[in-house]
Design a protein around this ligand. Structure first.
Ligand code: NAD
Length: 328
């Protein structure tokens, strides 16, 4: 199957090429899919997309005109795809429902440790040969309350890791797991979780029920000094409100791997441009905010898993006209 891979990067091309060998012909473009790049898909029956591509209604209509029949998403999240429109047009869409939940959960913990134990500042001070410790005081995670919003694959790995630190785990999810006792997880309302937790981790998908789930009223009831971790999707929080509660000192800090306006920003080299997005600039200027540019998935194991499932989705669709990870 001759497939155009949009938003391909040096970090994922080798993994995709290895899995596709002798099965599929992949053509790579660094460009993200949008209205100005959709023409590149002419002549391809299948395309592969990443989380920051934009298969909106107009783009899907063009893809349909060009004869594209299958979209292989290289992501768990599918909040960026107009699934209703793709169904109407008869374009099948499949995702990678699981690759390595460890990659994302471990990255959340890494950001938390970096923020709490002030590791970035500690490294800078070491380079300056300033060995004073006065600005580097953190807190023990042991016995702290961790609130997990979304106890799916990633949320549960995160819960297991935090159990290892001796934390108390609260969780909020409309679908509760059966063996929550074994994992020391206590389900509660969102409100109680926000009121009681020292650290809140977002591990739910972005959909109509979670869009701006955390806005001003939710930040208002969060515990003073609490830390927020978001490795899910930027749109789950209202960044403007988050900034208000970071800047007024109510929240202790934030660890953000994803950002509401990350499309067109993350995954690209902006070294020679002035970043105009004031939400991003304000976040970056805060000392108690750790930002990474959507890199939580970036491990060898996760990239292997993404490539394997993407290629298997393509093969299944080519043979049977549908794949087991079909979304529509
Ligand atoms: P999952 O489907 O296994 O789990 C999601 C959980 O969220 C489910 O248990 C679901 O019931 C719950 N949920 C749904 N609506 C909710 C709501 N309103 N409130 C609370 N919980 C709700 O998914 P997963 O593999 O754990 O991934 C979670 C999300 O992480 C993905 O949807 C994706 O957006 C994000 N993600 C980010 C990266 C990254 O690199 N930063 C990588 C992979 C996934």
């Amino acid at each position: 199957m001759n497939t155009l891979v949009y938003s391909s990067h040096e970090f994922d091309i080798p993994f995709l090429e290895k899995e596709a060998k002798n099965k599929h012909q992949l053509t790579f473009t660094k460009q993200a899919l949008n209205l100005s790049t959709v023409n590149l898909a002419q002549g391809f029956e299948a395309i592969a997309l990443f989380s920051n591509d934009n298969p909106c209604k107009e783009v899907l209509e063009k893809l349909h005109q060009f004869g594209v029949k299958f979209i292989a998403l290289r992501s768990v999240g599918f909040d960026h795809v107009d699934l209703d429109e793709s169904k109407t047009l008869g374009i099948k869409v499949a995702n990678v429902p699981e690759y390595s939940p460890y990659a994302i959960a471990e990255h959340g913990v890494a950001m938390l440790m970096m923020l709490n134990r002030k590791l970035y500042e500690a490294q800078l001070l070491i380079q300056l040969q300033d060995f004073r410790l006065d600005t580097l005081v953190g807190f023990d995670l042991n016995k702290k309350k961790i609130g997990i919003i979304g106890t799916g694959k990633i949320g549960l790995v995160f819960a297991k890791i935090m159990n290892g630190f001796g934390c108390e785990i609260l969780a909020y999810d409309p679908v509760q797991i059966n063996n929550s006792d074994e994992l020391n997880i206590t389900y509660t309302s969102l409100e109680q979780l926000l009121k009681e937790s020292d650290i809140v981790s977002l591990n739910c998908p972005l959909n109509t029920s979670t869009k701006k789930l955390l806005s001003e009223p939710q930040f208002e009831i969060m515990k003073k000094g609490a830390i927020l971790i978001n490795t899910a999707r930027g749109g789950v929080i209202c960044t403007e409100s988050l900034l208000k509660y970071l800047e007024n000192g109510h929240l202790g800090g934030a660890c953000l791997d994803v950002f509401e306006n990350e499309k067109g920003l993350y995954f690209f080299d902006h070294r020679n441009t002035i970043i105009k997005d004031q939400l991003f600039v304000r976040l970056r200027n805060l000392k108690n905010v750790v930002l990474t540019s959507h890199q939580a998935f970036l491990t060898n194991e996760a990239l292997t898993g993404i490539a394997q499932t993407t290629i298997s989705n393509l093969s299944q669709w080519e043979k049977e006209g549908i794949s087991s990870n079909d979304l529509n």
